[in-house]
Write a protein that binds this ligand. Sequence first.
Ligand code: CMC
Length: 444
Amino acid sequence: VFLTNKNILNMIDKAKLQIGENSYEFPLIEGTENEIAIDIKTLRGVTDGVITIDAGYKNTGACQSAITFLDGEKGILRYRGYSIEELAEKADFLEVAYLLIFGELPSKEELQKFHEDIKENSIVDDDVRKILDAFPKSAHPMGVLSSLTSALTAFNPSNDKINNIDYERTKKSLYDNIVKVLGKIPVLVSWTYRKKLGLPLEYGDNSLGYVENILKMMFKKPNEDYVPNQVIITALNKLLILHADHEQNCSTSTVRIVGSSHAGLFASISSGISALWGPLHGGANQAVLEMLEAIREDGGDTKKYMAKAKDKNDPFRLMGFGHRVYKNFDPRAKIIKVAAYEVLNDLGIDDPILEIAKSLEKEALSDAYFVDRKLYPNVDFYSGIIYRAMGIPVEMFTVMFALGRLPGWIGHWCEMRLRKEPIGRPRQIYTGETYRVFKSISQR
Ligand code: CMC
């Protein structure tokens, strides 16, 4: 009989653990989509010190969350119950940000007020410019963005104390910080980009939509009027929605764990940016483009690189393939692949990199190594191609991802604090030396 999670829970409501002679029972927890967890909160206490170990947290739930549902086997991704396909097709990024952070889609008035408040809070202190000036032009934009975000704490001292006494005040100060993050970080992103290109810095234009304003701040040429391009605005809106949340990924877990020590929102987001930077996470979009470029420069022999990816003695991995949780397909990759073709078509760009990407994808999808390990193209396989078509330098790709991920990080940070989660503090199994007597340097 095939037992679904639901069947299991109908039959039993406890998990049993046998260690030697002793047997212990732990309650099961069920989520709204019938996911089941064994609640081991009491494990150490009742077993006199036994813990679980799960490198990379592959089987460990760190929290209960009502923000994003993801089923990696079925390729389902939903924000607050709404499918990613529908949101990417029909929604505006700011609506999705509101949805992720506050739990419901905004009314027209709520959205307007949210946008107004963000605009009002988008001024970045001039001293932050001076910090930006001190970075060398060669600095990686993710390092610059993380540092500048952290620097914002100095200019926006944390007032996000969550307390029981005055819940309304707490909500107000949380809201103030949320609109500041969504107002100021796009300015930092545009400054980071313009600094890279040696362009004078731009400030926001309050007459524009949120996404269009980001594009203007990034792309406006000195002494020229900014001409909006609807294809690019639509594509960026879609990309930001696709990046907006992905439940307990590496950077979001980082934001939650930093925030769990009651560090402020800017400090927590700055660490999320650092976590996103790595090539196994958000940095994969840059790594994909660099890989495609390298294959092209090497004559375009995709088979050679497929063989390298499968060779266990070769550290090379096919970037943009595989995912910790998607073992069927990444629904974001499907949407983004179509969007990549549309953007290249609409902008009339013939990119040889796309041909290499298509061959790699085709070969991998019929190769036993990739099929057996359920390695499919992920969101980053195609996002870099769109960013490149938009004229964004490769090193900025992960910064764009960070911009999209802001609502997710904020939503999780607020959820974690409002649920009064305890400080994150994993245990370990010590494998080092046992007690040794110290010898002074002359005796060694
Ligand atoms: N190329 C070649 N082999 C791979 C790849 C790849 N891209 N990904 C996984 N494998 C192999 C891996 O060697 C292992 O093989 P074996 O079982 O023989 O030892 C098996 O597949 C399982 O891999 P894993 O590293 O244990 O899986 P994981 O869940 O720990 O890692 C991953 C997931 C995304 C880090 C990994 O697939 C990877 O490194 N992919 C390339 C980087 C990438 O595209 N990252 C972006 C993820 S999507 C953006 C985001 O949400 O962060």
